[in-house]
Design a protein around this ligand. Sequence first.
Ligand code: AMP
Length: 411
Amino acid sequence: MIQAPRGTSDVLGEDALARERVAAEARAILERAGFARIETPTFEATELFAPGVGEATDVVQKEMYTFDDGGGDSLTLRPEGTAPVCRAYVEHGMHKLPQPVKLWYVSTFFRRERPQAGRYRQFWQVGAEAIGSDDPAVDAECILLLGELLEALGCRDVTLVVGSLGSPEAREEYRTELRAHLRAHEDRLSGDVRARIDSNPLRAFDAKDPGTRQVMHDAPRLLDRLPADDLDHFAEVRALLDEAGQAYEIDTTLVRGLDYYTRTLFEYQSGTLDAAQNALGGGGRYDRLIEQIGGPRTPGMGWAAGVERMLMAAPAQPVAPAPLDLYVAYAKPEHKAAAFRLAADARRAGHPARLELGGRSLKGQLKQADRAGARYVAILGDEGTSLKDMETGEQREVETGTVMHHITQGL
Ligand code: AMP
């Protein structure tokens, strides 16, 4: 039997309802703050991701689903949402709108990762991007909004960590210093980290193996090397978080898997998840990304949070069964057309209504109506129509044409 590909899953029943709840909470929280919904295509030109996300990142080097579209163009299933939103910002001339432009999304993303709990090959993210302002208040607002979403969903044991990467120029100087530190201790580093000393030395802070971790413990910290304007920006972000009563920890080793970040970087983590994938969501500032993908230099700030991970960290909510006002049962095939019409009329009038479609006996139909939680059951038979109130058990003969009137009155 053919199965869903590894690292993907079908979303059914209560899982589907839980996801809808995440999307509804995100919409309420983000639209209250002036974010408008954006939907970008599922695939993009491959060259959008390499310069933006970073040539030396895991995402670009080994996790992208890239294919030739048969017409000579290389396309890639979106591995993340920020570069596509930035592409849309430039393509639609959104710099002409009042800045910052605030956009949010809830969509599927694709990465060829090793599937495990909380890590899939197709996953959902809620994301928010505020493009066109470098005001630290934008950073603080974005951080608070994700915190609000996690709280609304009831995610447990959540901590916020923040850091700053400074400008690319400041980072380049620091990278040279970090490379020298890594080279001096090369023999204790994992092969993966060693291979990336030149291209992506900062990722060594993310490594999980004990040797590398020891080396990184004594490594110079970027935060100690940032110039005054970057430090001032970071200080104001923190002051605004303090002002809003948002607790956080400063993490001088925080690096996230995407290369486009400048200045503010943050992550919400949950103690309920495995340490290797404890990030519910995170993001940061990306003041050079739009330039890297061919647009004018435009500052931006945003985040993405994993829907599956947020649900893993939140207690399951009891889901109320969908209401059913009317179940239409019929005794014989010759009543089927009238029953069909009654159910259709009831739905058109706004009542959740279902017709017997399983070929059950009348007894079976009544059992089914009960199981579905129907408030009323109409039974069409030779002697006319009878309407049963499932709450009181009362049953009476009515004209078929008045069923709607009766249930509207009763409800
Ligand atoms: P990123 O886009 O890498 O910054 O990831 C943002 C969030 O998306 C993470 O904190 C996770 O919650 C979620 N996420 C990222 N990759 C995956 C994946 N492969 N499977 C499930 N969730 C993911």
